[in-house]
Write a protein that binds this ligand. Structure first.
Ligand code: NI
Length: 220
């Protein structure tokens, strides 16, 4: 019996092993664009509600969730899978790439607008309004770099069914949602990182102390 994805297509990873379909989790993994791909620098276009409800976009959302989970990502934006539309998915659940981060439930954001919700200006963030985190990106393989961002944001978006979302996120969640929605503007975390903090993953594990990986001075 062929494994099928939730959308009914043959699973990309299912292998026919001598007439026997291996029992594998039905997944559809998309290729992830790497730093230098022009699609990562394009401003993504918004989706109409009608288009959002189309089979093509619903499949894209399912595939992005599968792709993010397969790669142990904390989030994935559509341009990272070569689709220049305003859509991203976020989830942290016992993530080996981010063992120090709290869990984030699976969140799908369409046409998101993220607004800083802190007292100081973004250009001159007060320490208590900022979070500094060593970020990574599935499109920048093997690298980490420290990015300082507002530690609290308001998120307005549509969910995958076209319903309006409006909520506040703080701490690591605020960093992650800013990172993902930056992708929709053609911005990558390496544009914002302190360049002297950039480190490959092996050196990050070796030299960046746990307490410096996520610094959230405003945390209650
Ligand atoms: Ni990224």
């Amino acid at each position: 019996m062929a494994a099928r994805t939730s959308s009914g297509r043959l699973a990309a990873s299912a292998r026919d092993t001598g007439g026997f379909w291996a029992t594998v989790q039905a997944v559809a993994i998309r290729k992830i664009a790497q730093l230098g791909e022009p699609v990562l620098r394009r401003v993504a276009r918004p989706l109409s509600v009608e288009e959002l409800k189309s089979a093509a976009i619903q499949t894209l959302i399912d595939d992005m969730i599968d792709t993010m989970r397969d790669a142990d990502g904390a989030g994935l934006a559509a341009p990272q899978v070569y689709e220049s539309v305003q859509l991203c998915v976020i989830e942290i659940s016992k993530n080996p790439r981010y063992p120090d981060a709290l869990d984030i439930p699976l969140t799908v954001l369409v046409n998101p607008v993220v607004t800083p919700d802190v007292k100081s200006s973004v250009a001159e963030l007060a320490p208590e309004d900022s979070i500094s985190m060593f970020e990574g990106c599935l499109s920048v393989t093997g690298l980490r770099g420290q990015v300082t961002r507002p530690r609290r944001v308001r998120v307005q978006a549509l969910d995958r069914h076209g319903s309006h979302l409006d909520f506040a996120w703080e701490g690591v969640r605020a960093s992650v949602v800013q990172h993902e929605t930056d992708h929709l503007k053609g911005v990558l975390y390496v544009d914002l990182a302190d360049s002297k903090s950039l480190t490959f993953l092996r050196e990050y594990e070796r030299y960046v102390p746990r307490e410096e990986r996520i610094v959230d001075r405003g945390a209650p």
